[in-house]
Design a protein around this ligand. Structure first.
Ligand SMILES: [Zn+2]
Length: 353
């Protein structure tokens, strides 16, 4: 699959899309799409791994036009009613969702959704329930590692050690740290992040200096007033845990707090029912059977993965598959994902979705 990918992306998917083959595919349930925001105007991509989940405003418009013309984009409320067996969906139904509550969702994404008279289900973390804007801790960590030009040597007080010289090694160190730091509560994680920052010789004001101009819209998350603005603009809001850890790395009580408390606090702040959860990172390893059971017990009506989506996919309520839309997806490839064609190809080649 990896070898033939360029051929699929550049010839097969666009060809099948043009012939109308992809849009003739259908499934019992909807196709659910995950966005992560829009690249702000004047923002220059820093790193493909860091920025690859955000799409350009032009791509987003093209995708919405295609969906409006050829598919049935449903509202989050229609999805909930279907999920609770209260209502059927139209054929080729598509639900739009967006994770991580970055500020650009409000400044760049919502206006485009409104242009097209569409609603989206936004998943927000506990960081957006305060008055002050914050940054996703794992993105801050990635930026810190990128900021250091010399070789990196980390030796944290809890025994975590890592060395890196090249960019691929930095990426590996970053992911080890994400897994490692996920185990701790927010305060301890903050202490360890500060320790990483100090060992990388980045000064205290580093993040304030970094976050200037378009970088603020790219990296800062919404605050509580902005979450309310999302809702006032006709959008729905779901929970994305308190602090966005890799849930499966947490001890049971901590994982339960992340899931159940995020729902309770969000409901308290927005004053209405929160029925949907998106698992952070969202692959099958980060949301195991334990997390799925917790999501159900915490009172959510459904919970979303970030993989395996497209028409025809099985739709377990607490492991709903989604299509992760990326910035490099051209329209033909996007439609291959929505239609489930890409997923069925992967299954045929026996690779995990
Ligand atoms: Zn997320």
């Amino acid at each position: 699959m990896r070898v033939v990918s360029p051929l699929l992306k550049n010839a097969v998917f666009p060809g099948l899309a043009k012939l109308g083959y992809l849009r003739r595919r259908n499934g019992a349930g909807p196709a659910i799409l995950t966005y992560h925001g829009i690249l702000p105007k004047d923002y220059k991509m820093i790193d493909p791994d860091l920025d690859g989940s955000l799409v350009s405003a032009d791509s987003f418009r093209r995708q919405l036009r295609l969906l409006k013309n050829q598919y049935n984009v449903i509202s989050p409320q229609q999805f909930l009613d279907w999920c609770e067996a209260k209502q059927d969906l139209p054929p080729r139904a598509v639900l739009l969702t967006c994770d991580d509550d970055l500020r650009n969702t409000l400044t760049e994404m919502v206006p485009i959704l409104q242009e097209h008279e569409l609603s989206c289900l936004f998943f927000v973390t506990g960081a957006s329930l305060g008055a002050l804007p914050a940054m996703l801790w794992y993105e801050q960590l990635y930026l810190m590692l990128l900021a250091v030009r010399e070789d990196i040597a980390l030796d944290l007080h809890d025994g975590f050690q890592a060395r890196s010289r090249t960019l691929p090694e930095k990426r590996r160190v970053w992911w080890s740290l994400v897994r490692h730091l996920s185990q701790f509560d927010a305060a301890e994680r903050r202490t360890l992040l500060d320790e990483v920052q100090a060992q990388l010789c980045l000064n205290d004001a580093w993040s304030t200096q970094v976050l200037t101009g378009p970088l603020r819209c790219r990296f800062l998350m919404l605050n509580v007033a902005e979450v309310r603005s999302l809702m006032a603009a006709g959008m729905e809001v779901g929970a994305h845990t308190l602090t966005h850890p890799l849930l499966s790395q947490l001890p049971p009580e901590a994982a339960w707090t992340e899931i159940a408390e995020s729902r309770a606090r969000l409901e308290q702040v927005i004053g209405r029912r929160v029925w949907a959860l998106a698992y952070p990172f969202g692959d099958t390893a980060s949301a195991t059977e334990r997390e799925r059971e917790m999501a159900e017990r915490a009172g959510f009506s459904c919970a979303f993965l970030n993989v395996g989506g497209g028409f025809g996919a099985p739709m377990p309520r607490f492991a709903l598959p989604r299509v992760h839309v990326t910035g490099e997806m051209k329209l033909g490839e996007f439609e291959a994902h929505v239609s489930g064609f890409y997923r069925s190809l992967r299954q045929r080649f026996q690779r995990p979705a």
